[in-house]
Design a protein around this ligand. Structure first.
Ligand code: ZN
Length: 156
């Protein structure tokens, strides 16, 4: 869990977002690496094979720090960074406003081919994430909403 120098792409991305958002000051970004996990099993998220120890993690606290534990898949670390930045920008937990901000950042800064990954990684267990993605016409989001409605109807 060593603290490492923040990669240049992270600094550049954060600067761009702060400029877009009209913010003069940004959070402190504390970039760390995660230790390797032994006996890593492989899981698939939206067709992407990931080993369990390869998922990046993030944390935002009410002081001005965002911490990201990155494992080296840049798209996954980017997603985690954007998620934490959305917390910082909205000063909110997983509210509707938070997910709207998160998906607007994904739509702008996460390559389109990873949207489905983000949707499945963040979406399946967070209804408001899917709603925010659908509002931005993210492929498959509407399908997931329909699925959720059908599941609810069959329970009723
Ligand atoms: Zn969060």
């Amino acid at each position: 869990m060593a603290r490492v120098a923040t990669p240049l792409w992270v600094t550049a991305l954060v600067a761009r977002i702060l400029e877009d958002e009209g913010r003069r000051r940004g959070p402190v970004v504390d970039w760390r690496t995660r230790g390797r996990v032994e006996r890593n099993t492989t899981v698939r998220v939206a067709g992407v094979a990931m080993r369990r120890g390869e998922f990046s993690r993030g944390q935002w606290d009410l002081d001005e720090t965002i911490t990201v534990w990155s494992v080296g898949r840049q798209f996954d670390a980017t997603m985690v960074l954007l998620h934490e930045l959305a917390h910082w920008l909205t000063r909110a937990q997983h509210t509707r406003a938070f997910w709207a901000k998160t998906w607007s950042l994904y739509a702008r800064h996460l390559p389109r081919r990873y949207w489905r990954y983000a949707l499945e990684h963040e979406g399946e267990y967070r209804a408001w994430s899917i709603d925010a993605a659908a509002a931005l016409e993210v492929p498959r989001a509407r399908e997931l909403i329909a699925k959720r409605r059908a599941a609810r109807a069959s329970r009723a």
